[in-house]
Design a protein around this ligand. Structure first.
Ligand SMILES: Cc1ncc(COP(=O)(O)O)c(C=O)c1O
Length: 395
């Protein structure tokens, strides 16, 4: 058997490798507390689970779903965009439910890229933008997100030779992994840039509802002319603690939505209908849980930031997202720092380079650890600092 050459470009997914490492340590009886994947520990709200149980009992929901979902779901998604962002969407042509936004992000590459085309991808970033671009035969061109530029890409720095081959620009705010936010002024500039260079914009916004200190992130679709050149991916995963149920959406430009629907209808068979009913309940039902969950993450964020700064990192409190992006102490690479924490005190943080070369010098910590584990992990981080200082004074 010979695998395709495409497979040579496909390393195991970041978290598959990390989870393997954790499992090996645990199998040896070692404790590992993980600040790894951004997977909310708080359960899905009970009203949403009730809908699932009800819908699961109805045989109408036992059959193949439609690729583009129930009309009531598309309407609920459009109505939520209207209430939350004052963005009006046609539920029939500008809304497409997804089996989690990761699925849509992966398939989108096949809509925009031919062999040798360039995808402009932030660095560091959620790995799927670059991986799916490569699988589709495209070439990712990395746009460094630097602290100096508040983790916003410098669109003016892209060489003309690259721009002439570029077909798609990926953006993601509130940002994973840096926790940075972007305002409408940047999205307006991005739309203008896409128009001038004939690019499709794919904005990935699963964290618009996870925000702190009263901050309200914007949607890309609020930008002037946004829907003429782009779409936005959204997800119920983080807003409603629904990562395990797999449901998200793409919204915006009707031509781009139609292309994605064509790819999907040829490759998947839609979202189980009982899960679509959960999403309708989540979007139309009571929204207070969002603020309640954000209060929990905010409290954790402040504890994590304090301890990181105590142990020699430089971490600012993010305004949004589930992540603290911390500059590591001098003398380590990101990989070495993560390895030191894991080996010495059994705490897993993700090296910034897992998200791209510009992540060097940083680590990412997710705020989705239950409180008791969080407190324990923080005391272990403080203990790492003590043992590290002892080691330094001896050498
Ligand atoms: C930036 C970003 N986009 C997309 C996703 C995928 O979310 P979903 O659960 O909707 O597939 C994640 C998940 O961590 C993410 O961080």
């Amino acid at each position: 058997m010979k695998l395709s050459q495409r497979m040579d470009q496909l390393a195991p997914y970041l978290f598959v490798e990390i989870n393997k490492k954790i499992a090996e340590k645990r199998a040896r009886g070692e404790e590992v507390i993980s600040f790894g994947i951004g997977d909310p520990d708080i359960p899905t709200p009970p009203n949403i689970i009730e809908k699932l149980c009800e819908a699961a009992r109805d045989p109408a929901n036992h059959r193949y779903p439609e690729t583009d979902g129930l009309p009531a779901l598309r309407q609920a998604m459009a109505a939520w965009y209207k209430r939350r962002f004052e963005v009006t969407l046609d539920p029939n042509s500008e809304v497409l439910p997804l089996i989690g936004s990761k699925e849509g992000i992966g398939h989108a590459a096949f809509c925009f890229l031919d062999q040798g085309d360039v995808a402009l991808v932030p660095d560091p970033a959620y790995p799927v933008y670059a991986i799916s671009s490569k699988l589709a035969g495209g070439e990712p061109y990395y746009l460094p997100l630097t602290e100096a530029n508040r983790f916003i890409p410098d669109l003016g720095s892209i060489p003309q030779e690259i721009l002439s081959r570029a077909k798609v620009l990926w953006l993601n705010y509130p940002n994973n992994p840096t926790g940075a936010v972007a305002e409408l002024e940047f999205f307006n500039r991005a739309v203008e840039f896409a128009r001038q260079n004939n690019l499709a914009i794919c904005h990935d916004g699963p964290y618009t509802e996870v925000a702190y200190d009263g901050y309200k992130p914007v949607s890309y679709l609020q930008a002037e002319g946004a829907r003429e050149v782009g779409i936005e991916f959204h997800s119920l995963s983080k807003s409603y603690n629904m990562t395990g149920w797999r449901i998200g959406m793409a919204v915006g430009n009707a031509g781009m939505i139609d292309a994605l629907k064509r790819v999907k209808s040829n490759l998947d068979s839609g979202i189980p209908q009982a899960i679509q009913y959960m999403a309708i309940e989540a979007l139309n039902g009571p929204q207070e849980v969002i603020a309640q969950h954000n209060n929990i993450y905010q409290r954790r964020r402040d504890l994590v930031v304090d301890v990181l700064n105590d142990i020699g990192c430089i971490a600012a409190a993010p305004k949004a997202s589930l992540y603290v992006w911390a500059k590591i102490p001098p003398g380590f690479t990101s990989m070495e720092f993560s390895a030191s924490l894991l080996e010495q005190v059994g705490v897993l943080v993700i090296p910034g380079t897992g998200y791209g070369p510009s992540g060097e010098g940083f680590v990412r910590l997710s705020l989705t650890l239950p409180d008791a584990a969080l407190v324990k992990a923080l005391s272990k981080l403080s203990a790492w600092q003590d043992s590290h200082n002892r080691f330094k004074s001896k050498h």
